[in-house]
Every structure is written in C-alpha cells, then in structure tokens.
Design a protein around this ligand. Structure first.
Ligand SMILES: Cc1cc2nc3c(=O)[nH]c(=O)nc-3n(C[C@H](O)[C@H](O)[C@H](O)COP(=O)(O)OP(=O)(O)OC[C@H]3O[C@@H](n4cnc5c(N)ncnc54)[C@H](O)[C@@H]3O)c2cc1C
Length: 474
C-alpha cells in the first residue's frame, strides 16, 4: 500500500513535471492525436497510416533521417545505388499500397547481379571451401510442413500458443536436426545474418520469420513468387519526412513522459532546436524495446519493466569497402568448415560475407558479433576485415595477391545494432509473449516493430496497419 510519504512524492514529481512543462513555450508545444517514437519501418508506417485516418501525428526519431534499418548509399560519381540495409519486400497489397501512397515506384527485385560469381571459403582459416550440395528445396518444403503447424504465428508474435509447444522452445539447431532440415541451412543462414549464432536461438523466432509470407528458395531460381524493391528504398522515408514536415522531429530523443492521465500522454523531447512538449491522445512506441533504450519512458515497475528487461539484442554491422583487392565480379561467401556442430554456418564474431556491388571497386561486407562479444567499434571491424582479407589472399581465394591490402578504405560503416531481439526459451515457456502483448493499449500506449513481429518490413507493415486501425476504432 502507498504511504502518505509516497503520495507526497508523487505529488512533488507531478508538480515538477508541470513546472518543467510550464517552461516550454506554447510555440514549442505540439498537440497531436498520436506521438510515434522511432521512425524506422514500423514508426513511419504507423505515422502515415494515422495520417490517412485523418489523425495528426508527431514522430520522434533519434537519427537525422527516417528509415532505421533502411539506408541507401548513392555513389557520387556513377549515381548507382547500394542498399546498406533493407533491400527487398514481399509482393503484397500492403507493400504496393504504401509505396504508391508515398509515390515511389516498385520493381521486381533482382537476387543476382549479372556476371558475379560466388566463391566459398572459410573466413576463419582463409581456406577455400566446397559447400555440401544438398536438397535445398526438399529441406525447405519439409521445414514449411513444420511451420504450417503454427498458423497463429504467421501474423505476429501476439498469439503464441500456450502452453508453448516444446518444439518452439528448442534451440533452432536441435529443431533442424530433429526434422532433418540440414540441407536448408545454407539458405536460412543467409537470412540469419545479424542473429548472432542463429542456430542457438529459440525455434519460435525462426518459425515466425520463415513463415509462408516469406518467399521461398524457389523465387531465387525464378520459379516462385518474386520480391519487390524501389530503385532507392530510402525514397519512401524521404517522402514521408517531407509529408510530416516540422512534425518529424529528427535527431531527437525523449527526456521524459507522463502516461498517467486517462485521456492522453505528454512527452518532453530534446530536439536540435531545444526542448519540445508533445501532448498526444496516444503513444506508439516503434523502437527496439530494450530496457536501456526506453530512457525517458515512465515505465511501470510492475507491468512493463519486468517484461522489457528480459529482451536481449544482437550486434550487426555493415559497411562498404573500397580497394579490398576482391575482384569486382566476385562475392565471397563464408562457409564455416570448422563449425561442424553448427551446420557449417560462419563463425562469429567475424566477417559474415563480402558481396560484389553495382559499383566497380566497392564491396559490401557484413560483420556479426555474438553473445559473449556483442559490441565492436568501426576500427575493430576494419581490423577484422583486414585480417580476413589477408587470410583469403594467402590461400589464393583472392587470386594473385598476398599480405595485407594496402589501400583498403571503409567508405561507409553502419551499425544495425541492436538487432533481432529475443528472450530465452524458459521465458517464452512462461508466457513472455502473451504478457508482452497484454500491454497493448495500456496507458494509451501501443507497441510495434520487429521485436513484436519479425525482421521483415512487409510483416511489420501488415501488423502495424491492423494495430493502428484497431487503435482508432475504439
Ligand atoms: C542489413 C539489413 C538488411 C535487411 N534487409 C531486409 C530486407 O531486405 N527486407 C526486409 O523486409 N527486412 C530487412 N531487414 C530487416 C529490418 O530490420 C526490418 O525490415 C525493419 O526495417 C525493422 O523495422 P523496425 O521499425 O522494427 O526497426 P528500425 O528500422 O530499426 O526502426 C527503429 C527506429 O527507431 C529509432 N530509435 C531507436 N531507439 C530510439 C530511441 N530511444 N528514441 C528515438 N528513436 C529511436 C531508430 O533510429 C530507428 O530509426 C534488414 C535489416 C538489416 C539490418
């Protein structure tokens, strides 16, 4: 029970808040229907959808641009485009409608770059590797038979069966072995980049990610449904920023908020031009809900903190490297020959793959951490890349070369951390996701983003579309 002293403290805090709010001028106060925190795929969609429903919106984004994991590099000389993050979308009505709404044309996505060949090597030893040729499509289809057992997961993680079936709690590697899905691993592994050692994660997350709306390997050979992309995927976010105008608060962070009132929330935000106060009827949080990232949120110690402090993330970095010595028409694929207990997936921490791009001289590389070593600086990643290239040169995987690459330069480096938030299987078994989704709507707050759906913009937009519609339908 709260003591008189506690009431006094709460009263003091409320008075302090009012005082702080009183210091923010009317000019710096935004009255809106909804405030969205985070302007990545989920947040931008939520904002534009709310506008479509006739609602006024403010978006608070910590970066100087909207887009989150969508980041596009345009080569200054050739104007050619390299996607450093989100590259492709499933061909669904929601994807088509969102791009049309923001006036960005879509095209069929090309999985392959003409003339580029893939060379396999174990990046940890530098030695060339010959991947096992298995029955990829057979294994994928066998996997889909398992996936089909859990239709409630196709949409989001808000309907995880309870009690949670034992298979969904297995480390994904054990599930692969149990159902003899080994031949699908090289394909799954390409999409498990950024998930750390993805075969150790709970199977639930893999089942959700690779659900039927995910395109199948058949699409790679042109026999299945294709994916879509814009010429420059960041255009939708640029156009959304323009549409939101001064209500897109970029380079901005939450200082404090108050969600205690029945009829709305107030959020104090630090922006480059000073503090702003946002008064909104509802709040949508579209940021990775790690407890350390919910700074400024007035989290409830009983209902919210015990949930959000369970989430863990992975680290994932990507970059563009110039003068790497890798021929322009070669993509280097990391095949973990020594990682036999883990289906030959690449050993992490380490460089995952090095891809040829449309721009001569430039390769795109990915680097992943793991649970024991999650965080890396740009210079640590550059050293790891140099060491990897030196090994690949010594063994002839990169032909006619030896020793360190002399003129290597990293021309773009992006951290995509935290990525692929997860909780351990024992928490999932205790009903973690049921408790998480029970928070929807409490204290005028709604939650979306990859941690609630999966790492797919298409799936996130689908979920967010329904969430926002329901939110305003009372
Ligand atoms: C390299 C890479 C390639 C990918 N390729 C694809 C692909 O081809 N197709 C696909 O569908 N998906 C792809 N994904 C998955 C991608 O993560 C999702 O599609 C989607 O972008 C996730 O959206 P989100 O809104 O949940 O997160 P994000 O896009 O990360 O958005 C979160 C936003 O919140 C902001 N933010 C975070 N914390 C705060 C804070 N405290 N205050 C204010 N703002 C904050 C962030 O800056 C960010 O803008 C890829 C991801 C990566 C990293």
């Amino acid at each position: 029970m709260l003591s008189i002293a506690s009431f006094a403290l709460i009263g003091w805090a409320a008075a302090a808040l009012t005082q702080r709010d009183a210091n923010i001028s009317q000019q710096n106060t935004l009255d809106v229907d909804v405030c969205v925190i985070g302007g990545g795929a989920a947040g931008t969609y939520a904002a534009i959808k709310s506008k479509e429903l006739g609602k006024s919106v403010a978006v608070v984004e910590q970066q100087d641009r909207l887009g989150g994991h969508t980041k596009t590099y345009v080569d200054p000389a050739s104007k050619k485009v390299i996607e450093l993050g989100v590259a492709e979308y499933q061909d669904t009505p929601i994807v088509r409608a969102f791009f049309a709404r923001l006036q960005v044309p879509l095209y069929q996505y090309n999985y392959t770059t003409p003339g580029v060949t893939s060379e396999y090597a174990d990046f940890s030893t530098g030695l060339p590797a010959t991947p096992k040729q298995g029955d990829l499509l057979g294994a994928w289809n066998a996997f889909q038979v398992q996936v089909a057992k859990y239709p409630s997961l196709f949409y989001s993680l808000d309907d995880v069966p309870f009690p949670v079936p034992a298979d969904l709690l297995l480390p994904f590697g054990q599930f692969i072995t149990k159902y003899e899905l080994q031949d699908a691993v090289p394909y799954l592994s390409l999409y498990g980049e950024g998930w750390g050692n993805f075969v150790t994660l709970p199977t639930l997350l893999a089942i959700k990610y690779f659900s039927p709306d995910f395109f199948s390997p058949a699409s790679l050979s042109g026999d299945g449904p294709g994916a879509l992309a814009a010429k420059d995927n960041s255009l939708i976010y640029g156009n959304a920023t323009q549409e939101l105008g001064s209500y897109a608060l970029l380079s901005s962070t939450v200082i404090s908020m108050d969600r205690s009132a029945a009829d709305g929330v107030t959020i104090t935000v630090q922006t480059p031009s000073g503090k702003k106060l946002i008064r909104a009827k509802k709040l949508i949080s579209a940021i990775p809900p790690l407890i350390d990232n919910l700074n400024g949120f007035d989290l409830n110690n009983k209902t919210e903190v015990p949930i959000f402090n369970k989430f863990r993330g992975h680290s994932w970095y990507v970059g563009l490297v110039n003068n790497s010595g890798v021929p322009d028409n070669v993509t280097l694929v990391n095949y973990g020959t020594t990682n036999t207990n883990n289906f030959n997936i690449p050993v992490v921490p380490g460089v995952y793959n090095i891809y040829a791009t449309a721009v001569p001289g430039i390769h795109y590389f990915l680097f992943a951490g793991n649970d024991s070593q999650p965080t890396f600086t740009e210079s640590q990643v550059e050293t790891a890349l140099q060491d990897t290239l030196t090994r690949l040169r010594a063994t002839g995987v990169i032909p006619n070369s030896s020793g360190p690459v002399k003129d290597l330069s990293i021309i773009d480096f992006t951290s995509h951390s935290p990525y692929e938030l997860y909780v351990p299987s024992d928490q999932i078994a205790k009903g973690f996701y049921n408790k998480l989704f029970a928070l929807q709507g409490q204290r005028n707050t709604y939650w979306t983003g990859a941690a609630f759906v999966t790492q797919s913009s298409t799936a996130i937009w689908n979920y967010t579309d329904q969430l926002v519609t329901k939110m305003w339908s009372g």
